[in-house]
Design a protein around this ligand. Structure first.
Ligand SMILES: [Ca+2]
Length: 319
């Protein structure tokens, strides 16, 4: 089987960690690298987490790259209190795991993205689950990647539902609306896996108990970390009855697009006024027959949950 090459771009919190596990547990995918961004945690903490999680899950061969650590309109970044509440101070539910003896690759995230697009072309899928800062930087540095890359499947945004930062904007997009606008209007092919679908795919203690029962280091880690996240959801969104599987759904869609139903649209991101950070149709390209973005609006919840559990449980049994 020829494997799709995947780069994950992560602000490694709890659901990012589950996205790593989903990718590593998918035989259709070769995870060729993780690029680091900021959001749930500081970029450096995310890189630290990604290295440690890759080692724990039995894949120390996957390189990790430092990325941009704040938005293009700010001089720095501080983790929001709500992010620390949802993901824990260390980003992975305050669960302690051994730090990796490895360090980040010396190349920058943007350089690795550009290099990978030129090496793998249409066989490469890039999955960002934080702000779109690294991809925006890569497009600015080498615009030729826009037509050469296979696909960009991003977790972020909201089209038919309100945002989760305010009624207009979703957390990842809100971290750098200018970067999101640059990506959406660049012509690069994107699939938006936003709150429209990720708040339909929920995980409960029933599923995490299966991982703990494996009695492997990976199984216990995934269960303890995710339980912290589910507990936070009981406070922040008690009506849901579980935690949202945001980032893993983006990996799931990258592996198998038939899990979702999509709407083709040319998107933009508003950068001014109270609706700053809103992902919405671009009126200037309404009549352009070529649509650059597929927005996920429906998801086969049961089939996704089955894929999620079987892939991650399989990986955690071995690791
Ligand atoms: Ca993320």
């Amino acid at each position: 089987m020829s494997q799709t090459k995947m780069i994950l771009d992560l602000d490694t919190g709890v659901d990012d960690a589950l996205a790593i596990a989903y990718a590593l547990g998918s035989p259709e995918i070769e995870l060729i690298g993780i690029t680091g961004t900021y959001g749930n945690v500081l970029m450096e903490q995310g890189v630290h987490n990604s290295l440690a999680i890759l080692d724990l899950l039995g894949h120390p061969e996957v390189p990790v790259f430092r990325g941009i650590d704040h938005s293009r309109t700010t001089s720095g970044f501080e983790v929001l209190e709500i992010s620390a509440f949802i993901h824990g101070k260390n980003g992975i539910g305050d669960v302690e795991i051994p730090p990796s003896p490895r360090t980040a690759d010396p190349r920058s995230a943007a350089d690795f993205i550009i290099e990978s697009v030129h090496t793998y072309g249409k066989d490469l899928v890039y999955v960002p689950t934080g702000p779109l800062a690294n991809l925006a930087a890569a497009i600015e540095r080498d615009p030729s990647i826009k037509t050469k890359i296979g696909n960009v499947v991003l977790m972020g945004g909201a089209l038919t539902v309100p945002g989760n930062v305010n009624p207009f904007t979703e957390a990842n997009i809100s971290q750098d609306p200018e970067a999101a606008h640059l990506v959406f209007t660049s012509g690069i092919p994107t699939v938006m896996v936003g709150l429209d679908v990720t708040l339909q795919t929920l995980l409960t203690y029933k599923e995490t108990a299966r991982w703990r029962d494996l009695q492997t280091a990976a199984g216990v880690f995934l269960a303890d970390m995710t339980d912290y996240y589910i507990k936070a959801y009981e406070t922040t969104a008690p009506h849901l009855g579980g935690c949202g599987l945001h980032d893993p759904l983006a990996v799931g869609v990258a592996v198998d697009p038939s899990l979702v139903g999509t709407h083709a649209i040319n998107l933009m991101c508003e950068t001014e006024g109270p609706s700053r950070g809103r992902t919405i149709g671009d009126p200037a390209r309404l009549n352009d027959p070529k649509k650059n973005t597929e927005v996920c609006l429906t998801v086969d919840v049961n089939r996704f949950l089955h894929e999620f559990m079987s892939r991650i449980t399989g990986l955690a049994t071995r690791a």
